[in-house]
Structures are given as C-alpha cells and as structure tokens.
Design a protein around this ligand. Structure first.
Ligand SMILES: N[C@@H](CCC(=O)N[C@@H](CS)C(=O)NCC(=O)O)C(=O)O
Length: 247
C-alpha cells in the first residue's frame, strides 16, 4: 500500500498528554505539515513491528520513548520462514511502522525522521540544514556499524563450507574503522553533535549496544573511553534502559 501521511500521532507522557496539533503549531512546524495536521480525521494508533535484538528497531523504540509517543509493539522476526513481513515491507526487513489504515513506513532512518517531524516535542533532529546533515551523517556511520556487524554475524552463522572468513574479516574491519571514527569525531564533547542529545547519540548508543550484545570479543570500551562515557550516560535514560537488546 502506498504511504499516505497520517495526520497526527498520540503523544502521551507519564504525567501529561500533549495535544500534537497545539504542540506542532507552538513549535512552528512547516506550513504544509500544519495543514496536514489541521485536516485531522482523528488520532493514529501506531504499530511498530520488529524484534528486541535489532539495533534499528531499538533506535526507533528509543525515539518513540523520548518523544512519548504511544504505540503497539508487534514482535515479528524476519528470520521466521513464512513470516508476513514482505507484505508490509517489500524488502522483508524490520523495523516497520504501520498506521491505522494499513499503510507502512520503513526503514529506521525514514521512520525516525517522520516521527521527529510529526511530533516536534523533544526534537532529536535539528531543523537547520547544516546541523541536520551532521546528525544524519552520524546516524549513517552508526547504522553502518550495525550493517557491517550484522553482516559478519550472519556470515559466521552459515554452515561450514559456505562461510566466508574473508567476508567476515572485511565486515569486522569496517566495524573497527567506523568505531574509531566515531571516537575521533566525538573527541572531548559530551554529545555527538551540539549541546544536547540528538538522533546522532541515539544511533551511536544503539550501535555500541549492539556490539556489546553480539560481539563479546570486540573490546571497544577500554579502547575508546569517550564512547564508553557516552554509552554510560545514555544507559541512564529510561528509553535506553528499557530497550537493552535481549534474545
Ligand atoms: N537500513 C535498515 C536495516 C534494517 C535491517 O537490516 N534489519 C534487519 C534486522 S536487524 C532485517 O530485518 N534483516 C532481515 C533481512 O535482511 O532479510 C534500517 O535502518 O531499517
């Protein structure tokens, strides 16, 4: 089904419920988005489809939590034969965000971009182009760590005779250089970009969490104390603590 933009999402925090239309107007969202919010037919109940092990799903769950957006989480693994994911995402990958009318959004970068635009409370992606691109660059780097690491993991699970050790080494090499680059780019700064937490930190936190979860032999903490400091700070947030990867 083609994506038809929903008009509003339900934003509920533990203490207050924020009306998304009022909030959007107060935060000065773009005029066309205002119009779409104003033509509201009602509030959307979002479904997120994914697993508790996927770092991309975790990134979306953290953004949903940080923005206090209510949703139903449907656990579905792409590795289960006969799963229905390809009817929701032709690529058969998670995460998938599904709206009341059945329309879907993928992948994680598109979903978080969408969520940050329709629920402008607790902005995670800066609105100025220069800052926005830097945050998206961080996200690409961190997601790239997950891409390379998961490729190495899956290759390592192939049967003897089918497994390529050179492919695993290639992907592990990408992980190593990308983590070193993240550390160099973070330097002495508290956050990856700017003076507060952004999607850059969320994506980096998910990538580092995925390495700790799946690759006990990749000892990134002592090698990169600045990344360890960032990961420890993020781990104190309920959005991170509640989404620690698990089987
Ligand atoms: N770039 C995608 C990557 C999503 C992805 O690779 N998800 C994995 C799970 S961690 C998946 O669904 N793999 C199934 C497959 O490749 O068939 C995103 O950010 O959403």
């Amino acid at each position: 089904m083609l994506y038809s933009p929903p008009v509003s999402v339900r934003i509920c925090g533990p203490v207050v419920c924020i009306d998304p239309i009022t909030k959007a107007l107060a935060n000065g969202v773009a005029k066309d988005e205002q119009r779409s919010l104003e033509s509201s037919q009602g509030k959307q109940r979002l479904k997120l489809i994914g697993t508790p092990t996927s770092p991309y799903v975790r990134k979306v769950r953290i953004v949903l939590a940080e923005k206090k957006i209510d949703y139903d989480w449907i656990v579905e693994t792409p590795w289960q034969p006969g799963n229905a994911l390809s009817s929701l995402n032709p690529l058969g990958k998670i995460p998938i965000l599904q709206f009341d009318d059945g329309a879907t959004l993928f992948d994680s970068r598109v979903i978080v971009d969408y969520l940050d635009a329709v629920a402008p409370n607790n902005r995670l992606i800066p609105t100025t182009n220069r800052d926005r691109i830097q945050v998206k660059r961080w996200e690409a780097l961190a997601d790239g760590v997950c891409d390379a690491a998961s490729s190495a993991l899956l290759e390592g699970r192939r049967p003897d005779g089918e497994r390529s050790e050179s492919w695993i080494a290639r992907q592990r090499g990408k992980v190593a250089t990308a983590v070193a680059a993240m550390s160099a780019d973070l330097g002495d700064h508290t956050w990856c970009h700017g003076n507060g937490m952004t999607l850059a930190d969320v994506a980096v936190g998910c990538a580092l969490g995925y390495l700790s979860f799946r690759f006990a032999d990749i000892d990134w903490r002592p090698a990169y104390p600045n990344l360890a400091r960032l990961a420890d700070k993020l781990a104190q947030r309920p959005s991170f603590a509640d989404t620690v990867p698990r089987e």
